[in-house]
Ligand binder design. Structure first.
Ligand code: SF4
Length: 305
């Protein structure tokens, strides 16, 4: 079989190893060298252009349906659970806790839950909105497993490495949020980032209030493309008397955006984290759809005063 292998950046150093194993089984193997951001970013065009019969995507679980033969090989990590002991002190005032993690540790969730229940907590595991597929799983763009149980819990626990995943969940919840990181063997209350993100959002909206020309970002990544939303946003902006154009790219490249100096602000319809994590890389404000609506509403209110 002719197969294209695709690895996220953190697993690219294992590409040759996997390629040789599959070659020994009689397959013809190619490796995608393009950047890979998530399962939203399947290298189907590359696979088709080399006439591959199949794409094998490592490191992520299924994200969305595609019309191509894709095999997902999720990457799981058996992290030490010793760090959970340290979290008990942080959670001493909370009885009911929500627990979330990433696909890498989702198989450890039953043990994590058992640990907290043995320590007198009631554990609640939420359901994702749909891009994530497992209960208790979060993605940068699917924090349903936290957001849908926010009103049922006293606090949230994220088990895993790095701030990227809990950051999204933090923005969409109100309860205390504790990050339990087995790799640094540390526990941290991360609520302070909520206020920081709220202030940044207000700053972006304020900076967009004088914008007349908007660039609407659309990604051609198969799991990120949302042309329907882009068209709705374009019509809305034009109805308000401003100019708008839809900007199409695979990766959002900030050097290119910064060269497009005619635009006063950008509106993101691609990976929602672009309007959260990458702000410092763009010279102009990048709003998400709800921030744009807030910006237009504020202008209309100002007109009436
Ligand atoms: S957070 Fe962004 S990069 Fe990650 S899976 Fe979601 S859309 Fe893709």
């Amino acid at each position: 079989m002719r197969i294209l292998l695709q690895f996220p950046e953190g697993l690219k150093d294992k590409a040759l190893l996997h390629a040789k194993k599959l070659e020994e089984q009689g397959n013809e193997i190619f490796i995608s060298a393009s950047p890979t951001f998530g399962a939203c970013d399947l290298a189907i065009d590359e696979a088709k252009s080399i006439n591959a019969d199949k794409l094998v995507h490592f490191g992520h679980a299924e994200f969305h349906h595609v019309d191509f033969n894709v095999e997902y090989v999720p990457y799981t990590i058996d992290a030490s659970l010793d760090v959970l002991d340290k979290s008990i002190d942080f959670l001493k005032d909370y009885k009911t806790i929500g627990i979330v993690t990433t696909i890498q540790h989702i198989h450890q969730l039953p043990k994590i839950r058992e640990f907290y229940e043995k320590n007198g907590k009631t554990a609640v595991i939420g359901k994702p909105y749909g891009f994530a597929k497992k209960e208790g799983q979060i993605l940068g763009c699917d924090v349903g497993s936290s957001a849908t149980i926010d009103n049922k819990v006293d606090a949230h626990v994220y088990f895993g490495g790095g701030i990227f995943h809990p950051f999204g969940a933090l923005i969409h919840t109100k309860k205390p949020f504790i990050m339990v990181d087995p790799f640094t063997n540390s526990v941290e209350l991360i609520d302070q980032y909520r206020e920081k993100m709220r202030k940044r959002s207000i700053g972006k909206i304020a900076a967009s209030l004088s914008a007349n020309r908007f660039g609407i970002l659309v990604s051609t990544k198969n799991g990120q493309m949302n042309m329907g939303l882009a068209n709705i946003i374009k019509n809305k902006i034009e109805k308000e008397g401003f100019q708008a154009a839809i900007l199409v790219s695979n990766n959002v490249d900030f050097d290119s955006l910064n060269n497009m100096m005619e635009f006063d602000a950008f509106v993101n319809t691609a990976c929602p984290r672009i309007a959260v994590d990458d702000l410092d890389r763009a010279r102009k404000p990048i709003l998400n759809a709800s921030e744009l609506m807030e910006s237009l509403k504020m202008r209309n209110e100002n007109k009436r005063i």
